[in-house]
Design a protein around this ligand. Structure first.
Ligand code: NAD
Length: 365
């Protein structure tokens, strides 16, 4: 069994790769789950994922006390109301501090369950079982948990590292093409910010990736998780370097906000945001000129958008960028590219270059 450790001293944890474990086609690695939990389990999933994978997961848990909470599906339910409902059910069923929560689902279920685990009786263990590509390479690793507030996304949250992350690549076979592509945007981001060899590997394997070849997906997810785990280990609570993972996100956040959440998926906004970050980097002379075209080719091969929806207004866009919680109080902070495979964080904004990037993307016919 393949495994990566997220090195965080006494909060270190493994990301284990067990294809077929959760989908019920290969239970040979079920002892890995047993090692990470006690006798009392509380699973949180949503109505879509539970219909697919709850039964095989429960089968793995044997005689343990298992309670289940099924959320409605969607970002709209990433709320304090869901936390309240989960905690009510935990209390009513007599769950103690020894209970382990299991998040079975995508990033929404992972974020909600992680936050519930962070606050239930001042913190209980959580195991992440991510079932979307985005959650496998991004949200399940790193310990950021949150729910949304009507005035802002992810505004109520905590850092709470999981005890284990269980990757079953086979769960990705049932994911819609659009959600699969959305996850690929974060993967292209990892390659662009940290590893040129990974970028080249993605270029060379784009067809096998799009046909969801299991071995290829395993290699890719492991590669991305290694990049994310290394960055998280170096800066767990985002005091500095972890902000590199926000490459494309300041622009992307503005696109998501102005297009209306739900119309553009997060990963799609990140893809467009990556293009804008690359364009800005060329205009501010930190990146070579042909890089955006290479980036666009890879994103397009992954069925991701590289141009913005029509009708976005510059003043609104700038405001939405400035409001991003990843921007500092003094002004904007941007992650720029210095190469394909190398990024940097800067608060010294080249205003003229930013104007040109906005004009180029917002006036795109
Ligand atoms: N905590 C973090 O560090 C972090 C990082 C990035 C994103 N996020 C959060 O993650 C969320 C987005 O996550 P997401 O993209 O996984 O979205 P999601 O959780 O909404 O899942 C997308 C859709 O796929 C369905 N689904 C999940 N697994 C499936 C499967 N195996 N087969 C078929 N359908 C399946 C879900 O029910 C949902 O309809 C956002 O709320 C975002 O803020 C958190």
């Amino acid at each position: 069994m393949k495994s990566i450790t997220v090195e965080l001293a006494d909060r270190s944890y493994p990301i284990v790769f067990c294809p077929g474990l959760v989908t019920g086609t290969d239970g040979s690695e079920q002892t890995v789950l047993a090692a990470a939990m006690g006798d009392s389990i509380f699973i949180v999933s949503n109505e879509t994922v539970a219909g697919l994978y709850l039964a095989p997961l429960k089968k793995l848990l044997g005689d343990r006390k298992v309670d289940v909470y099924i959320m409605p599906d969607g970002e709209a339910y990433k709320t304090l109301d869901q936390i309240d409902a989960i905690i009510g059910k935990l209390l009513a069923a007599g769950h103690t501090r020894e209970t382990t929560l299991i998040a079975l689902g995508g990033g929404v279920v992972g974020d909600v369950t992680g936050f519930a685990a962070a606050v239930y009786q001042r913190g209980v263990a959580v195991i992440q079982v991510p079932t979307t590509l985005l959650s496998q390479v991004d949200s399940s690793v790193g310990g950021k948990t949150a729910v949304n507030h009507p005035l802002g996304k992810n505004m109520i949250g905590a850092f709470h590292q999981p005890k284990m992350v269980v990757m079953d690549v086979e769960t990705l076979k049932t994911l819609s093409p659009r959600e699969f592509s959305a996850g690929l945007a974060e993967i292209v981001k990892h390659a662009a910010l940290a590893d040129w060899a990974y970028f080249q590997w993605l270029q060379a394997h784009q067809d096998s990736i799009m046909s969801r070849d299991s071995a290829c997906l395993m290699t890719m997810i492991e590669w991305s998780c290694r990049i994310k785990a290394e960055i998280v280990a170096s800066d767990e609570t985002e005091q500095g370097r972890r902000a590199l993972l926000n490459l494309g996100h300041t622009f992307g956040h503005a696109i998501e906000t102005l297009s209306g959440y739900g119309l553009v998926l997060h990963g799609e906004a990140v893809a467009m945001g990556l293009m804008m970050a690359a364009d800005y980097s060329v205009r501010s002379k930190t990146l070579f000129e042909s890089a955006p075209a290479q980036l666009a080719r890879l994103l397009t091969a992954f069925s991701l958008p590289t141009v913005l929806p029509k009708g976005l207004i510059k003043a609104d866009f700038l405001q939405a960028m400035g409001r991003d919680k990843k921007a500092t109080a003094e002004g904007l902070r941007l992650v720029i590219l210095r190469d394909l495979g190398r990024a940097d964080l800067t608060s010294q904004i080249d205003e003229a270059a930013l104007e040109q990037t906005l004009a180029f993307f917002l006036n795109n016919p």
